[in-house]
Design a protein around this ligand. Structure first.
Ligand code: SIN
Length: 287
C-alpha cells in the first residue's frame, strides 16, 4: 500500500512512498533524478531517507553526472582511493565482477559479503552510499540492509549497560574476500576506533555501530570477552526481523544511511555479470 509523504506546506506531495519491508526502507515513486529537483522536493526526499534509512528510486536513466548531482545535495562525495575502479567522474566507483582484458573493472567483485558499514575504518566514515544498478545477475547478488536503530533498541538492558561508553576498533582488512573477518591487525592496515553505539546527528536516535566484517575488538576488554561480546552483538544485529533484502533491477538507484544501517550481499554466479555505480558521501566523526 502506498502512503503519501509528510506534507508540512499546502503543496501537493511531490512523490508517493511505498514501504519496502517492516524492517526499513521506502520506495520513492514519481521522481526522475535525470532532471534537476527543486529544494522542496529534495527536502522531502531527505526526510523520507531519515525516516526510512534506505530509499529506492526505480527505473532511473542516469548518467554519472546525474548520479553525482543528486549525491552532492546531501554533502560532498568521499574521496575514492581505489582509482583503478573510476572510469569517468572522480566521485563514481564501479562495483563489478566484469573483467576487461583480464583485469577487473570494479571493486568488491565476488559473491557473498559479510555485514559492514562503509568506511568505518576511517575517522569520518561515509554518511551515505548510493548504488545505481546497470547489470544484475538473474539470481542472487541481493543486498541486505539491517536496521541499526532496531538492533540497539532491542538489546537487553544489561547488554546496553555493558556496551555503554565503549569503543571498538574497525579495520579495512579484506580485499575481494569480504567474508574474511579480521581479528588481528596486520601491519599498515587502515583502522579507526569509534563508539560501539553512535547517535545519529539528524534524528538523535542511537544505533549499534559494530559489524562482522570490520570490527576487530572492543577496546579495554580482554580478548576472549571482546570476542564473545562482539559475536553476540553481530548475531543480534543480523536477525532477520531487522533486515530488508533488496533484489536489484537495472535502473534502481538505492541510497542507504551508513550511520544507522549495515549491509551485506548474497552470493551470485561468477558466470553472470553484475555492474553497479557507487557514490559515497562523506560523513562526520561518529559520536
Ligand atoms: C557495498 O558493500 O558497497 C556493495 C554492496 C553490493 O555490491 O551489493
Amino acid at each position: 500500500m502506498e502512503r503519501a509523504c509528510a506534507e508540512p506546506e499546502l503543496r501537493p506531495p511531490p512523490f508517493a512512498l511505498r514501504p519496502l519491508s517492516a524492517a526499513l526502507g521506502a520506495e520513492i515513486i514519481g521522481v526522475d533524478l535525470s532532471a534537476e529537483i527543486d529544494d522542496y522536493t529534495f527536502a522531502q526526499i531527505r526526510d523520507a531517507w531519515h525516516q526510512n534509512l534506505v530509499i529506492l528510486l526505480r527505473d532511473q536513466e542516469l548518467s554519472e553526472e546525474d548520479q553525482v548531482r543528486f549525491a552532492e545535495k546531501f554533502g560532498p562525495p568521499a574521496v575514492i582511493h581505489t582509482k583503478q575502479f573510476v572510469r569517468n567522474h572522480p566521485a563514481v566507483m564501479l562495483i563489478s565482477n566484469i573483467r576487461e582484458d583480464g583485469k577487473l573493472i570494479g571493486a568488491l567483485p565476488d559473491g557473498e559479503m559479510h555485514f559492514h558499514t562503509d568506511q568505518c575504518h576511517q575517522q569520518r566514515p561515509a554518511m551515505a552510499s548510493m548504488l545505481y544498478a546497470l547489470e544484475v545477475p538473474s539470481t542472487g547478488g541481493n543486498t541486505l540492509f539491517a536496521n541499526g536503530y532496531a538492533a540497539y533498541a532491542t538489546l537487553p538492558d544489561g547488554m546496553k549497560r555493558r556496551i555503554e561508553g565503549r569503543k571498538a576498533l574497525n579495520a579495512y582488512d579484506y580485499d575481494s574476500a569480504a567474508m574474511k573477518r579480521g581479528t588481528r591487525l596486520a601491519e599498515g592496515v587502515p583502522s579507526y576506533v569509534h563508539p560501539v553505539v553512535r547517535t545519529h546527528p539528524a534524528t538523535g536516535r542511537k544505533a549499534l555501530y559494530v559489524n562482522r566484517l570490520m570490527t576487530v575488538r572492543i577496546e579495554g576488554l580482554p580478548e576472549p570477552e571482546s570476542n564473545e561480546l562482539l559475536a553476540t552483538l553481530f548475531d543480534h544485529q543480523e536477525r532477520r526481523e531487522f533486515v530488508y533484502e533488496h533484489v536489484w533491477r537495472p535502473g534502481d538507484l538505492l541510497m542507504w544511511d551508513n550511520r544507522c544501517t549495515l549491509h551485506a550481499r548474497t552470493d551470485f554466479s561468477p558466470n553472470e555479470r553484475r555492474l553497479m555505480r557507487r557514490v559515497t558521501i562523506l560523513g562526520e566523526k561518529p559520536v
